[in-house]
Design a protein around this ligand. Structure first.
Ligand SMILES: *Cc1c(COP(=O)(O)O)cnc(C)c1O
Length: 382
């Protein structure tokens, strides 16, 4: 094995830095303003401009984005929130954080996303919100059921943690009028180190989230400096984004066109290489719409293939074991046939911006060998 320190096919995912992040952080450290400051607010404005939306509210993580978005949508105890089971557990934890219950929806095995029909199948009298997860960066367009959801007072809160930069038609994800939640965690399409952003649907939602993220105190640091007291206006948590994190995000956003291009190019290279392989079903995305976040295939004998590839030093993963089968969420378990079937088949191939097309060929060759060793019938068509 080479002694190269470049994150290669041994890594499932890896952050990609453009080189100026360290200087941007150093500048914040020298300024002495580490917390929420004009650097954070500058990042909010830049993200809003990039997405073509009036406003964006920076928070500490994607989890905090989901939590505050559900609060702003008025979701609380006694409510149900429709959510797919195959997602990072944060999506479900955010529902529990507001005192509501998850109502797990099944997914389309071809996209790992909910569809109009599957959402409507899961909606009930207590449903207060739906959280479509934009899996792997795919846009999820619920516009055809929008009127019915609105009529029934059901909010849409998009979990777009995978989908920063993706388009839904001509607009960027986030510009569709729903509450949209991004994560800027270490391996997301854009990273702040840690961070998140809510795109509010209305100015009232923006105000609500700004209050919550600042422990319920609205006055700015400057206003508070000239007063002997401050006002706590409502419920809140320590959820703001630090200037240190925002400074990293600003650099990443400057180079986002390179990010988009690289991720799309690498994804197309995977699609080409995998086309020649029998028994593998690519979880397809449209790279003209999505900024691909993951490269996933469905394979027979997944656990064997996984172990074989790991033994060959290939950084495969599984995104994600279904939440409805997790002990913490057992009381909301219900049969989800498509979810349970694909959960046994999905395999995440290494996908990050340090990869070369040679790495991708190496992964796909190893996958072919692992499949031969593992045997088994090809996965059913979606
Ligand atoms: C990463 C992620 C989150 C949570 O974001 P954090 O920034 O890690 O809190 C939520 N949902 C999905 C689908 C994610 O991948």
């Amino acid at each position: 094995m080479s002694a190269s320190s470049r994150p290669d096919a041994r890594c499932t995912a890896s952050p990609y830095l453009y080189g100026r992040e360290a200087a941007a952080v150093a500048q914040v450290l020298e300024s002495g303003q580490y917390g929420h400051s004009e650097v954070t607010e500058g990042f909010e404005r830049r993200v809003a401009d990039f997405l073509g939306v009036p406003d964006a509210v920076a928070v500490a993580s994607g989890t905090a984005a989901l939590h505050t978005a559900l609060l702003a949508a008025g979701v609380g105890p006694g409510h149900e929130v429709v959510v797919p089971s195959i997602t990072w557990c944060s999506t479900v934890q955010a529902i529990l954080a507001v005192g509501a219950s998850p109502r797990f929806a099944d997914i389309d095995p071809g996209t790992l996303c909910v569809t109009d029909q599957l959402v409507m199948d899961a909606v009930g009298p207590d449903t207060a919100a739906v959280i479509p997860v934009l899996f792997g960066g795919r846009p999820v367009d619920l516009s055809r059921i929008r009127a019915e959801l609105t009529e029934r007072n059901i909010a849409v809160v998009e979990d777009a943690a995978h989908a920063f930069g993706s388009r839904n038609g001509r607009r960027r994800v986030g510009a569709t009028g729903d509450l949209t939640c991004f994560s800027f965690g270490p391996v997301k399409n854009l990273t702040c180190g840690q961070g998140g952003m809510v795109i509010p649907g209305t100015p009232e939602e923006a105000d609500a989230i700004r209050l919550i993220r600042m422990v319920g105190v609205v006055q700015s640091q400057a206003e508070r400096a000239n007063a002997t007291s401050y006002r706590v206006d409502g419920f809140g948590l320590r959820y703001q984004m630090s200037s240190i994190n925002a400074a990293i995000g600003l650099v990443q956003l400057d180079d986002f066109d390179t990010t988009e291009h690289t991720r799309r190019t690498l994804w197309r290279a995977y699609r080409r290489a995998l086309a020649g392989l029998d028994g593998v079903r690519l979880v397809d995305v449209d790279p003209d719409q999505a900024v691909p976040h993951l490269c996933q295939v469905r394979v027979p004998n997944r656990d064997k293939v996984f172990a074989d590839l790991r033994a060959r030093g290939i950084g495969v993963g599984v995104h994600y074991p279904p939440n409805h089968l997790q002990p913490a969420f057992a009381q909301w378990r219900r049969p989800l046939p498509a979810t349970e079937q694909v959960a046994e088949e999905i395999l995440t191939l290494p996908f990050h911006q340090h990869l070369t097309e040679d790495d991708i060929d190496h992964v796909v060759t190893a996958l072919g060998q692992a499949l031969k060793t593992a045997g088994g019938a090809p996965c059913a068509s979606s």
